[in-house]
Write a protein that binds this ligand. Structure first.
Ligand SMILES: Nc1ncnc2c1ncn2[C@@H]1O[C@H](COP(=O)(O)OP(=O)(O)O)[C@@H](O)[C@H]1O
Ligand SMILES: [Mg+2]
Length: 400
């Protein structure tokens, strides 16, 4: 393998650039045990010589459908080695959207030099059947983004693949996995559906904040120089990506933050991802921030004071505790010559800011101490922007 090239493009922070690629397949999936078991259960029979498996995987973008199928195929091939020779044909139907192109790709994955020009669909399938049987392999065909093919060419190819063993000469020739973002089932004719089996449908949900945090942690561990990141930064990245639930997005955010961090390195900088590196993303991401900033204008002045005290800390720190808020809030009240409110009232303001989606909270361990406490963060706004807006508004409002 070309591992000696792994450090090409590597920097102070980034040790393994390849692991931040979209098509990098991690050794292990994180947080998908249930779904992996479900998929494996559809392939229960594959260990017997004539056993096959079938599955339809659907779910939103970035829910890990492609990587689920890839890791499954890789693992089952390893698991069965010595018992059954398994070959994989993974075709993305976005790039090969007619059933003819798909059939050609499947054939080429077994025999890259196989002539296909001028062959009819029937002939392609005949060649495929012969090839598989001659090599006595079992073929798992994965049709990713299969809705593209179904829309262009219907489900005839699926029908033919499903009945490939009906000539009585062979059994257990191939298994089939379909993947799609949409509900593909409605594109499938009853004949195909009944062969596939409705129970073989696996629905993959989008990721929660915790799921995204686990994924971004796995990537940071694989890609970055140890000591250049900490948990708070990963949490903030996961919070930013949480509204989409898209794993690709959280990896993309990590990769942009790393890029920025690399870019600003010189002999004096600390080699570490900062809140600034993460917040710099907002400029790229947020198109509607202008609109959403106005959300701030409608807050009551006492709430604004609390928010301002938070913004000042969150400019440079990924999160803060209630104790931090109280200390900074006292300073802000003094600055604006306002009476400080009680702990309970402060807490109410904070809860209302959370309800508006301006801040987020999560309970985690006290850094460097024992016990757990609430950490407050601001993943969807730039604290510096909010602070300047509040500093403009507050004097006017308080003078009245
Ligand atoms: N459970 C997971 N563990 C590790 N990486 C994941 C997981 N789910 C998704 N990813 C990664 O997130 C990215 C998007 O996943 P992908 O399988 O392409 O999503 P989909 O096909 O559903 O759009 C890929 O880089 C993938 O490796
Ligand atoms: Mg995909």
């Amino acid at each position: 393998m070309s591992h000696y090239l792994d450090r090409i493009g590597a920097g102070f922070i980034l040790a393994r650039p390849d692991t931040l690629d979209f098509d990098y397949v991690p050794e292990e999936l994180v947080g998908r045990d249930d779904i992996q078991h479900e998929l494996a259960s559809k392939f229960n029979k594959i260990s017997s010589p004539d056993g096959t498996g079938r599955a339809i995987i659907t779910g939103p973008v970035g829910s890990g459908k492609t990587v689920l199928a890839k890791t499954f195929c890789r693992d089952i091939k390893r698991h069965m080695s010595g018992k059954r020779d398994i070959q994989i044909a993974q075709v993305n139907c976005r790039n090969a959207s007619t059933s003819m192109r798909v059939a050609q790709r499947i054939l080429h994955s077994l025999d890259p030099g196989h002539p296909d020009r001028g062959l009819s669909m029937g002939e392609l399938l005949l060649s495929l059947r012969k090839l598989i049987r001659r090599a006595s392999v079992h073929l798992i065909i994965v049709l990713d983004e299969v809705d593209h093919m179904l829309r262009r060419s219907g489900d005839e190819l699926l029908y033919q693949l499903l009945r490939i063993d009906e000539d009585q000469e062979g059994t257990g020739t191939l298994s089939l996995i379909l993947i799609s973002q949409e509900q593909v089932l409605e594109f499938l004719e009853t004949a195909v559906m009944s062969k596939f089996g409705k129970t073989n449908h696996i629905r993959v949900p989008s990721y929660t904040k915790e799921g995204l945090e686990a994924i971004v942690r796995q990537r940071a561990e694989a890609a970055l120089v140890p000591g250049t990141w900490d948990d708070g930064i990963l949490r903030l990245l996961a919070e930013k990506a949480a509204p989409s639930g898209d794993a690709r997005q959280v990896i993309e955010f990590l990769s942009s933050a790393v890029e920025r961090c690399e870019f600003r390195q010189d002999e004096h900088t600390e080699r570490k991802l900062t809140v600034d590196d993460v917040n710099a993303l907002n400029h790229v991401m947020a198109t509607d921030v202008g609109v959403r900033l106005e959300l701030i204008d409608t807050l009551s002045p006492p709430t604004m004071l609390v928010l301002l005290s938070m913004c000042r800390r969150l400019k440079t720190q990924d999160s803060m505790t209630m104790g931090d808020v109280e200390a900074l809030y006292a300073v802000v009240c003094e600055e604006y010559e306002q009476k400080t409110r009680s702990h309970t009232t402060l807490w109410k303001y904070i809860k209302s800011l959370e309800q508006e989606g301006i801040i987020e909270s999560h309970v985690a361990a006290v850094s460097g101490g024992r016990g757990r406490t609430t950490h407050l963060s601001m993943p969807h706004f730039l604290p510096a922007d909010l602070a300047s807006r509040l500093e403009l508004l507050l004097p006017k409002l308080l003078r009245r």
